[in-house]
Design a protein. Structure first.
Length: 138
C-alpha cells in the first residue's frame, strides 16, 4: 500500500462533484456529501490554524529560553562578567536567614565593587546583567 495520500483539495473537490452529480431520490445523499465536503474544508483550515499557532508557540518558547538564560543569576564560580566595569546586579550572601542582598555593582577585574558598600556584607555569590531600561515616556 502506498504512503501517498490524496491532497485535501482534491478530496473536497471530488465530494462536491459527487454531491452535485449523484442520483438520489430524496437528495439526502447529495446533502450529506456536500456537508462532508464543507466539514472537511473546515477541518483543513483548523489544521492550518493549529499549525501556525504551534509554530508561534515554538518561537515564543525559544525566545523565553533565551531570555531566561540571558537574565539568570550567574554563580561567580561559573563565570564573571565578560566586560570589566559594566554595572550588574550582585547578590551577596547568603545571610543567616538564607536570603541575599541585591545591590548594583561591577567587577573591576580583581574584585567586586559596589555603590552600596558595607564591610559587613557577605561576598558576592551571584550576578546578572542589568535589565533593559524602560521604553517610552513616563
Amino acid at each position: 500500500m502506498s504512503d501517498r495520500r490524496t491532497p485535501d483539495a482534491t478530496l473536497i473537490s471530488a465530494l462536491r462533484i459527487l454531491a452535485r452529480d449523484i442520483q438520489s431520490g430524496d437528495g439526502c445523499a447529495n446533502a450529506c456529501l456536500l456537508e462532508v465536503a464543507t466539514r472537511l474544508e473546515e477541518l483543513v483550515e483548523e489544521r492550518r490554524s493549529i499549525s501556525t499557532l504551534l509554530q508561534k508557540v515554538e518561537s515564543l518558547e525559544a525566545e523565553n529560553k533565551r531570555l531566561r538564560e540571558e537574565r539568570r543569576w550567574v554563580p561567580v564560580g561559573e563565570r564573571l562578567p565578560a566586560v570589566q566595569g559594566d554595572d550588574v546586579l550582585t547578590a551577596r550572601g547568603p545571610w543567616e536567614d538564607g536570603g541575599y542582598s541585591i545591590t548594583r555593582g561591577w567587577w573591576n577585574g580583581e574584585c567586586w565593587m559596589s555603590y552600596e558598600w558595607d564591610r559587613d556584607m557577605p561576598p558576592v555569590a551571584f550576578w546578572q546583567p542589568l535589565p533593559p531600561g524602560p521604553e517610552g515616556d513616563a
